[in-house]
Design a protein around this ligand. Sequence first.
Ligand SMILES: Nc1ncnc2c1ncn2[C@@H]1O[C@H](COP(=O)(O)OP(=O)(O)O)[C@@H](O)[C@H]1O
Ligand SMILES: [Mg+2]
Length: 485
Amino acid sequence: MIPLSLTEIASITGGRVVGPETSDAAGTAGTGSLVVDGPVVTDSREAGPGGLYVARVGEHADGHDFVDGAVALGAVAALTTRPVEGVACVVVDDTQDAFAALARAVVDRLPGLGVVGITGSSGKTSTKDLLGSVLATAGPTVAPVGSYNSEVGVPLTVCRVEPDTRFLVVEMGARGIGHVAYLTRIAPPRVGVVLNVGTAHVGEFGSRAAIATAKSELVQALPADGLAVLNADDDAVRAMADVTDARVVLVGEAADADVRATDVSLDAGGRPTFTVTAPQGTRTVSLGLVGRHHVGNALAVLAAATELGLSFDDACTALESARPASRWRMEVTERADGVTLVNDAYNANPDSMRAALTALERMGEGRRTWAVLGTMLELGDESAALHREVGEEVRARGVDELVVVGEAARGIADGANGADGHGVLGGATPGVAAPHVRVLPDAGAAEALLRQELRPGDVVLFKSSRDAGLRLLGDRLAGPREEQA
Ligand SMILES: Nc1ncnc2c1ncn2[C@@H]1O[C@H](COP(=O)(O)OP(=O)(O)O)[C@@H](O)[C@H]1O
Ligand SMILES: [Mg+2]
């Protein structure tokens, strides 16, 4: 973090400094002059020298119980709601409010910082990673690996900013109205990217229209001299041009997109190549990422990066060099025995299922394909129908072997079999043979099956919502990972 004394942190958060009874470190100037310049963490195990530990009080645990652990790892102070004996604390009424205020103060202290907010139903983390790696070629960039998109994740991200940071890329997630607006107050973006409005979390929102409203809060928060990067191929996103004061850049494959992709093709590994036409020029771009859905993500990255001062050519070159950063997103492993594993099991919703199955179809040309699929969570009343639709997609994509993991995901099997769940022939694509379908109780059963049946040349996709079982199954079948830089 940028260095801040405890006195400054107290003034930012409306708290008070409560010192350890006796502190050599505080010296004569007292506890208030202690400076935080290390990591700001909410998990005491991640604490480090010079850092600040934020003690959150959750449903299951009270962060105050772990203050000592953070101090043992070098944290100089804790942000708490009550004094902790022997520890320098900034004591506040509400740690969440204080944490948000602290993060906002960090952004405000660096007026030249280029802040980008990214939201959408699918692809936030992938796009944040991609933009992060492109911007990093131009200057110090904060865009931490992983999915830090909540009221905790966003301030954690912001507090990683150092005095020399030039770009900050913030993933902004929403599970309800007002969530993105809240995050934009913590990290006010100058560039806002809206990727898509899908059906992720529709159970919580109630409707796709409500999801669109929630995502539009990002572009509503942009200043007039800011830039809204909107997906031209998604009507709900395109419509957000009407609710922002900022300039608008449309990206996509639509004929009127300002940054447009044409001639999209996928190589045998499922990696896209396309022609991009932008106001600054035209170029062929080949991505090192798997899946057609990255074309739209890449266009958004180009629009944001050029707005922040990169040349079109440099941005395109950096895009081509980017490789997967956060784990379990279309993570491809080529095994020595000729089996290809695609571990996309970090999360799943109908849109990302479709995107992954499209990539599987391309990668599986002339090979046997497996889709090992678990349940999609948080889809509310539409859940059963949406699972069946994914099953129909599995069939339409010509998948050979479908392994449905968990009883909750059985609808996928019904959809693939062409049944509507009540034994009646339903909507599956006519004339396309159903895959061989098995429904298994858990990842363990799927592992036993795969270890027995996989043979050289097979391509296997793993995908489900927040199912550590499938993620780790994919990892086990992939074998030891080389350490990544
Ligand atoms: N633009 C996109 N459209 C549809 N699916 C996408 C897109 N970008 C990424 N995905 C897929 O969505 C899933 C979640 O990706 P991720 O980047 O973690 O999104 P988020 O952070 O929004 O949850 C992955 O399976 C990924 O391959
Ligand atoms: Mg994410």
